[in-house]
Design a protein around this ligand. Structure first.
Ligand SMILES: NC(=O)c1ccc[n+]([C@@H]2O[C@H](COP(=O)([O-])OP(=O)(O)OC[C@H]3O[C@@H](n4cnc5c(N)ncnc54)[C@H](OP(=O)(O)O)[C@@H]3O)[C@@H](O)[C@H]2O)c1
Length: 260
């Protein structure tokens, strides 16, 4: 991808960067983005930097418009280095971060991966002059229910989510261009174990579990969540608010894309 004379910004090919695009939500985002905009190139950044094997055999992802880069958002220079050559040829229209982890054995790791890694992703998105930024955070509606165990079991997860949400909410300069999609439990077929590298392979349909969970907790289909992230990312319109609740996600930014 070496490029001796820089291409003027207006002539660069449009691209989307998906941090964590090898994971459960991230791979759904890739599928939505590749099918929605047939001219768009999509760059995945993750620690493995490689397409999961199931994805390599799935026709949805068989396109030269999909690229994989290795980079660790907790060592942000590795991501900046990986994106340097991309920037010479592409205009990065938006960045979507699907990076997070559930590691009950390390509270600190959850704060870092859900919080610091996403704060770094947001900083990189602004540095590369992406028009939009989306991060997947967490629904809060059960937080104060006495029977809901997660705030006590994995407090670092919520602390990390709050860290990136505050960072975006307090960034007055960029208001309307960055959002947090506060997802409930995400339903679909999981091929990753949260907190473990995506090189560990599983295939677990979550729909039966979430038919029961959905009676007491907000649930969202992975493709519905991914579609909302992509609609906002590729729309020229700004958002009214930085935080988008799970209930708002299915119709979010549909008015901006009438053909949806
Ligand atoms: N699944 C749910 O029910 C649910 C509900 C609400 C919110 N969320 C949030 O949605 C997001 C996506 O969840 P998911 O279930 O798709 O998670 P996942 O399958 O575990 O995917 C996490 C992704 O992050 C990447 N990653 C982790 N640490 C990284 C780092 N330091 N630098 C770069 N990439 C890194 C992983 O790839 P590598 O291993 O290749 O680095 C993977 O692609 C998370 O923030 C999660 O908290 C999920």
């Amino acid at each position: 991808m070496s490029n001796p004379s820089p291409i003027p910004s207006s002539k660069r090919t449009r691209a989307l960067v998906v941090f964590g695009g090898t994971g459960f939500v991230g791979t759904a985002v890739l599928a939505q983005a590749l099918s929605r905009d047939k001219a768009l190139h999509v760059f995945v950044v993750s620690r493995t930097g490689a397409a999961p094997s199931w994805l390599r055999t799935n026709p949805v992802y068989q396109t030269e418009r999909l690229h994989f880069l290795k980079g660790d958002l907790l060592a942000p220079q590795t991501v900046r280095d990986g994106l340097r050559e991309v920037l010479a040829q592409y205009h990065i229209q938006a960045c979507i971060s699907c990076v997070g982890a559930i590691t009950p054995w390390s509270n600190e790791n959850m704060v870092r991966t859900c919080g610091d890694a996403n704060v770094n992703a947001y900083g990189i998105s602004k540095d590369v002059k992406a028009d939009k930024f989306v991060v997947i955070t967490r629904d809060r509606s059960n937080m104060n229910d006495w029977w809901y165990p997660f705030p006590r079991l994995i407090p670092g997860y919520y602390q990390g989510k709050r860290k990136i949400e505050s960072c975006i909410e307090n960034d007055a300069e960029n208001r309307g261009s960055a959002i947090c999609l506060r997802a409930g439990f995400v339903s679909g077929t999981r091929r990753t174990i949260p907190g473990l590298p995506t090189s560990f392979k599983v295939s677990v349909p979550m729909e039966p579990v979430y038919k029961i969970v959905g009676r007491v907790c907000p649930v969202i289909d992975v493709n519905v969540l991914a579609a909302a992230a992509v609609r906002f990312a590729l729309s020229p319109q700004k958002a009214d608010s930085a935080l988008v609740s799970n209930d708002e996600i299915p119709d979010y930014f549909k008015q901006a894309v009438p053909a949806d």
